[in-house]
Design a binder for this molecule. Structure first.
Ligand SMILES: [Cu+2]
Length: 318
């Protein structure tokens, strides 16, 4: 009996120590690896975008507090009933049933808990949907079993991103790293236009707080603004077939200059949007020869003014 108790105490003590060590070690280890899973890590990956911080706060502060509070309350009630109302301490049990005030309390309190969760949850949902103005758009297409990335504003046509084979990746980044990552500039708002070519896939990138389905015939949207340069890894998160585990999402965040160099290496142009606006303005000028030459030339010089060049004609025509 004595031995048994001692062994139990030792196991309990070891468990408590292990749990404590895991909690103490997790934040320290998690700080070392941003954008990828940490071996032995607990909890969410450290965030590198505003949505990831907000989602982590919602989970760690709001939801965890409620889960712990409810668990402790229920455990306390159970222990109280077991100790106070067992057969020995309470030989003659009460025979009453129903207690209206108590029933109102256990209906209203859970409703209030859900309302509080909903308030924070909707706030987060709106943050996901109210994306700031895009600095850059990337069309993301899920294929069986790789990803296609296209940059319409920079005229970078779609390229395919395949998983790096085992002998070219490190043990840590195998099944996370890709041969042709999506490259984006740091500190810029990136809109992802997400679709699929065959079956449903999903874009998930924990460090940016993103998980959005890629559905054939439909364009879903996600956004992020990377806070630091580096490699960020995610994976397809919708079971999409036999190679589902082999189509990682690898996003490389670089400086503006590096991004411009990368766009050039892909045969794209950083000024594509400006080029298009200028071309549209020139076309408008040609289509309306009556416009004085000075007015026609102005929008060509200042590309963003191109839509205004057409505007004065429109109300006149109606
Ligand atoms: Cu997939």
């Amino acid at each position: 009996m004595g031995m048994g108790m001692r062994a139990m105490a030792r196991i309990g003590g070891n468990f408590a120590l292990t749990a404590l060590a895991a909690f103490a070690a997790a934040p320290a280890m998690a700080q070392e690896l941003v954008g990828q899973p940490t071996p032995g890590g607990l909890g969410l990956q450290p965030g590198a975008s505003v949505l990831a911080h907000e989602a982590a706060w919602f989970h760690n502060v709001v939801l965890m507090a409620m889960m712990i509070g409810i668990s402790v309350l229920v455990l306390g009630l159970l222990l109280w009933i077991v100790i106070r109302y067992n057969k020995r301490s309470n030989p003659t049990p009460a025979r009453w049933s129903h207690n209206t005030p108590l029933e109102i309390v256990w209906t209203v309190v859970p409703v209030l808990i859900l309302v509080v969760i909903a308030l924070f949850s909707f706030r987060l949902l709106f943050a996901y949907h109210n994306a700031p103005e895009a600095d850059l758009r990337v069309k993301v297409t899920g294929n069986q079993w790789n990803w296609g990335y296209e940059y319409p504003d920079q005229s970078v046509s779609e390229f395919i991103s395949n998983m790096l084979p085992e002998d070219q990746a490190t043990a840590q980044t195998y099944r996370l790293a890709a041969d042709e990552p999506m490259v984006v500039p740091v500190g810029k708002t990136v809109h992802l236009l997400i679709t699929a070519a065959d079956v449903i896939h999903a874009v998930a990138l924990p460090a940016f707080g993103i998980k959005v389905d890629a559905i054939p015939g439909r364009v879903n949207q996600a956004w992020f603004k990377a806070e630091q340069t580096g490699d960020f890894y995610g994976q397809c998160s919708e079971l999409c077939g036999v190679d589902h585990a082999f189509m990682p999402i690898h996003i490389k965040v670089v400086t503006d200059a590096e991004f411009a160099a990368w766009v050039a290496s892909k045969g794209g142009s950083m000024t594509k949007a400006a080029d298009d606006a200028a071309a549209a303005a020139a076309a408008t000028a040609e289509a309306a020869p009556a416009v004085p030459a000075a007015d026609a030339a102005a929008p060509t010089d200042a590309a963003p003014a191109a839509p205004d060049a057409a505007a004065p004609d429109a109300p006149a025509a109606q």
